[in-house]
Ligand binder design. Structure first.
Ligand code: NAD
Length: 299
């Protein structure tokens, strides 16, 4: 498992491919965006002119794309990559996509005798750069085991969540919960500030009390409370509102498919839609939901 084809070299895929190179893998990369491909070459990857060219002779094909539609376009159909891959190739899709889309790709791979898993990630761009991502894998145990060494070169935690699509389900459950406790944290901090409390003092109190949670402790949404988080640099450089909205949409679709009751997830999606309504907010980090609760100056 030495040769890896890496497809999709964006904010996440770029640093992930670089970590594979550092771990000694021979990485051939493809991305239709020329700047992303150039950066990958600077990081030690070889550039390919197409996904098919990158995948030729690869032991592992790893994709990190923005949407399920693009993942299906890449792998499926008469001109899809699955038609061209050798049977002993291992396919790992780390994009966040609908579980049903992942199952479709994995089943189509299985029909051709090709092992494939879904392996979406948690941790964001900082963990992608540091090689400390969490991978949530779905698929056959032997395929997940075969993927483990490659994933360990990019991540600190490799979970086998269950059969095909299970990684995607785990991912959207986690991100739905993340959205809910981020909004709750922002709402509580604003209530305190509106009633005369210092947000740092209130954060310290809640961290040591029953309101403590990851958003409050590790990713405080109130500007100036914590160094090194997006809230303290104008909500730039984190996990975009647009991506959180994508994940909440996937969570709601999944809930509809299983007739699960997710009222807080639905409300979280609604609030992020309200907040992300204008294009500027879509690109801000998701902790900028704090601004939905802050009063305009002078109010
Ligand atoms: P991005 O938009 O920065 O990068 C995606 C890249 O894929 C782009 O460079 C694009 O040109 C390329 N691409 C599109 N079609 C392609 C194709 N057919 N072949 C090869 N490359 C192609 O997105 P990102 O932030 O890197 O996110 C990638 C995936 O990871 C998404 O599914 C996202 O939801 C998920 N994710 C992102 C984060 C985050 O913090 N950014 C965290 C966890 C998960």
């Amino acid at each position: 498992m030495e040769k890896v084809a890496f497809l999709g070299l964006g904010n996440m895929g770029g640093p992930m491919a670089a970590n594979l190179v550092k771990a000694g893998y021979s990485v051939t990369a493809f991305d239709p965006a020329a700047a992303a491909l150039e950066q990958a070459v600077k990081n030690g990857c070889s550039a390919a002119a197409s996904a098919a060219e990158a995948a030729k002779g690869a032991d592992v094909v790893l994709s990190m794309l923005p949407s399920g539609a693009l993942v299906k376009e890449l792998y499926l159909g008469a001109r899809g990559l699955l038609q061209a891959l050798d049977r002993d190739t291992l396919v790992i899709d780390s994009s966040t996509i609908a579980a049903n889309d992942a199952r479709q790709v994995i089943a189509a791979a299985g029909e051709r005798g090709i092992r494939a898993i879904d392996a979406p990630v948690s941790g964001g761009t900082a963990a992608a750069a540091a090689g400390t991502l969490s991978f949530m894998c779905g698929g056959e145990a032997d395929a997940v085991d075969a993927a483990r060494p490659v994933l360990e070169a990019m991540g600190a935690n490799i979970f086998h969540a269950g059969p095909a699509g299970a990684g995607q389900v785990a991912k959207i459950c986690n991100n739905m919960l993340l959205a809910i406790h981020m909004i709750g944290t922002a709402e509580a901090l604003q209530l305190g500030v509106d009633n005369g409390l210092d947000p740092t003092v209130l954060s310290d109190i809640m961290k040591a009390s029953s309101g403590g949670n990851w958003s409050l402790e590790k990713y405080n949404p109130y500007p100036g409370v914590m160094d090194g988080v997006p809230a303290s640099r104008g909500y730039t450089g984190g996990f975009a509102v647009a991506l959180m909205l994508k994940d909440l949409g996937l969570a709601m679709d999944t809930a509809a498919g299983s007739a699960s009751s997710t009222p807080l997830g639905a409300l979280a999606k609604n609030l992020y839609q309200l907040h992300g309504g204008d294009d500027k907010n879509q690109r801000l980090d998701f902790s900028s939901i704090q601004n939905l609760f802050r009063r305009p100056a002078g109010d």
